[in-house]
Ligand binder design. Structure first.
Ligand code: WT7
Length: 656
């Protein structure tokens, strides 16, 4: 009997004795890190990575907030992920059990990866890609996505992976911002039982726009669906042909620890996505360290599965770099969880004997909705640790995850981090921590976190309190900046608590009397829909780019499955007055999906005649959120026209 109380948020779960006895991380880690934080990170870097030149320096913070970690060390990321495991005699170990949505499978060993990554690096190099050049990757969840990332890393050419669900315009914006010289894509991928073309979006993205040519000189195309594709001679090359023609061996480029490894775009509180820059030595140290300790990874026996997409940071750190650095065997799945049936995931867990599973609360809540029966027919007894990421996990979802998926046996670790942090920052350790459903709990050893009030005062220990989450010390996997925009980097993360020199995460948090951290969601204009970060301004810009829309305001309203849902309020142009609200709503939803991505599609669109604004013209989203969440509307006294809310509500109830 491990439960100590009845309500989910008050139950606690100590580590299972057998897991604790064999755990890679023990309580000593906290002590070691607390004694000498930098020495602790120095040890992690030297033990977890193989360096061409071992670093003697740990942190250089003299140019804060621009950090340098392990600056005098040299290494190659791909060699660390692949070559050293082959050299150690583990070439036959499976790196990926890949499962295609239609049911095809591929087993990729470390030796297979070694062979393919070398050829791909040579192929890129034959196409003119040089160390330092950026390469965009726009691929579905196929093994070539991993090979492509590692081939770039092998050359020291930073990759910029763009989620394959993003639109042509979103791809173009990211290619332009990073000035990418090449794109690696596929003819298409499988999604919900159908082949979904990708290449047309690349073709559209790379067209000359307003007289401006794209920086891309070469496009490598993986053949996945074998659908027909348009072809630009001289620019487009089949991946399989290029790899076959390339030399089979490639010497990895030894780069400095601070050499850029990748740029990954994420939404901020303005319309323009930020290119988050990560470099090599520090990022890899944190990827390997967190993956090993948070998932209690035993590479010889574990089968690990992270259900994210490589287009997000979770895929970068916990499908590619973390697991491969640790020599893990992973499952990689191409498709959606309900294709062909809603128990697809549990078939996969059973077939491959998955031991560690990492997914998002929104997925867990979807499984809850589909029902326990879909799970109970499968033997999931191989599972040992379950992870959650991307948004706060409500205690009900947490306890369901542990009981139904984890057989009332496995720890569930709720991991808080961000694209910017590179790797997990706050999480329980499964062999050490007594778990509290719904709380991300404690910073990992080596990580320094506080919850502070508006004035930057640390909330007193031993008392309940809520405020902002800040990171008070630099960490190895931290972003090194925003691509091409140092000022935005300082402004976004380092100006809110400039005097203290703290990193402002943008999240609200509560600390309980035991000191455990509970995340409360974003405090800026960033929404979290199914664990995806979307800015209100980005969706508003997409809406006003439609010829019928004069003005738009967007809010994230709480949603039982997706965490938040996007609710849009639009004022139509004169020319569109009289249009049927239902059909215009549908048209605008599709318009946003086309402009940004289906993930950014508003749940609801309300046509209104006015928007609530302050006297200085700022839209008061707080009030719109009240409406969207069906609550009594809050204080309207700062509105320029206090009758606006009443007219919005009257219009909405008329439309219901
Ligand atoms: C934002 C970062 C971390 C990889 C996936 C998302 C929210 C993330 C948690 C969690 C509560 C969480 C935060 C954060 N978030 N993990 N365990 N509990 N909130 O990465 O797209 O950069 O988004 O996701 O609001 O700031 P991202």
């Amino acid at each position: 009997m491990t439960q100590t109380a009845t309500e989910p948020q008050h139950q606690t779960f100590p580590p299972p004795a057998d897991l604790a006895a064999g755990a890679v991380a023990t309580a000593d880690l906290y002590e070691e890190a607390a004694t000498d934080r930098l020495a602790f990170w120095g040890r992690q870097a030297n033990e977890l990575l193989t360096w061409d030149t071992a670093p003697t320096q740990v942190l250089d913070w003299s140019d804060a907030p621009f950090a340098k970690w392990f600056a005098d060390g040299k290494l190659n990321a791909a060699a660390n992920c692949v070559d050293r495991h082959v050299a150690a005699g583990n070439g036959n170990r499976v790196a990926f059990h890949w499962v295609g949505e239609p049911g095809d499978t591929v087993t990729v060993t470390y030796a297979d990866l070694h062979a393919q990554v070398q050829r791909a690096a040579n192929a890129l190099s034959d196409l003119g890609v040089r160390t330092g050049d950026r390469v965009a990757i726009y691929l579905p969840m196929i093994p070539e996505a991993v090979v492509a990332m590692l081939a770039c890393a092998r050359l020291g050419a930073p990759h910029s992976v763009v989620f394959s669900g993003f639109s042509a315009q979103a791809l173009r914006d990211r290619v332009d911002d990073a000035q990418a010289v090449a794109v690696i894509t596929a003819d298409g991928g499988y999604r919900r039982g159908e082949p979904a073309p990708l290449k047309p979006a690349v073709d559209a993205a790379l067209e000359t726009k307003d007289g401006v040519e794209s920086t891309v000189k070469a496009v490598l195309v993986v053949q996945r669906t074998k659908g027909e594709v348009a072809w630009t001679q001289g620019r487009d090359h089949w991946w399989h042909e290029a790899l076959a023609a390339a030399a089979p061996t490639h010497e990895p480029v030894s780069v400095e620890a601070e050499h850029p490894l990748f740029v990954l775009y994420t939404s901020g509180s303005t319309g323009k996505p930020k290119g988050i820059l990560h470099t090599t030595g520090g990022y890899l140290t944190q990827a390997a360290y967190t993956h090993r300790n948070v998932f209690d990874l035993h590479p010889e026996t574990d089968v690990y599965w992270c259900g994210a997409d490589i287009g997000w940071v979770t895929g970068h750190t916990y499908i590619v770099y973390g697991p491969l650095l640790n020599g893990a065997t992973s499952v990689m799945y191409e498709g959606t969880p309900n294709t062909p049936t809603q128990d697809r995931w549990w078939q996969i867990v059973e077939t491959y004997g998955v031991t560690k599973l990492y997914t998002a609360p929104t997925t867990i809540r979807t499984f809850m909705k589909w029902g326990e029966e879909l799970v109970s027919g499968h033997d999931l007894s191989s599972l040992k640790v379950l992870g959650s990421v991307g948004e706060p996990i409500n205690p009900e979802a947490w306890t369901w995850y542990r009981r139904v998926i984890g057989g009332d046996r496995t720890p569930v670790v709720d991991t808080w981090w961000q694209t910017e942090t590179g790797g997990i920052m706050i999480s329980a350790l499964p062999g050490v921590t007594t778990l509290k459903p719904g709380s991300a709990q404690v910073p990992l050893p080596g990580i320094s976190v506080e919850v502070v009030d508006d004035e930057g005062r640390v909330l007193p220990a031993g008392h309940e309190g809520a405020g902002y989450l800040v990171l008070t010390e630099p960490w190895p996997g931290m972003l090194r900046g925003i691509w091409g925009d140092d000022e935005r980097y300082r402004d976004t993360y380092w100006s809110r608590f400039r005097d203290q020199g703290w990193y402002f995460a943008g999240d609200g948090a509560r600390r309980d009397a035991d000191g455990d951290v509970w995340l409360l969601g974003r405090v800026d204009d960033v929404m979290n829909v199914s664990g995806h970060r979307i800015s209100t301004t980005e969706v508003e810009s997409a809406l006003v780019s439609h010829s019928s829309v004069a003005e738009a305001a967007v809010v994230g309203a709480s949603d039982p499955t997706t965490g938040q849902g996007i609710v849009a309020f639009v004022i139509l142009r004169e020319s569109a007055h009289g249009a049927d609200p239902a059909s215009i709503g549908q048209e605008l939803r599709n318009h946003v999906a086309r402009e940004i991505s289906p993930i950014a599609k508003p749940r609801q669109v309300f046509v209104v005649s006015e928007l609530p604004k302050t006297r200085s013209g700022k839209i008061m989203r707080r009030l719109l959120r009240d409406v969207a969440e069906d609550r009594q509307v809050g204080d309207v006294t700062t509105l320029a026209d206090s009758s606006v809310m009443a007219s919005i509500q009257a219009g909405m109830s008329a439309g219901k």
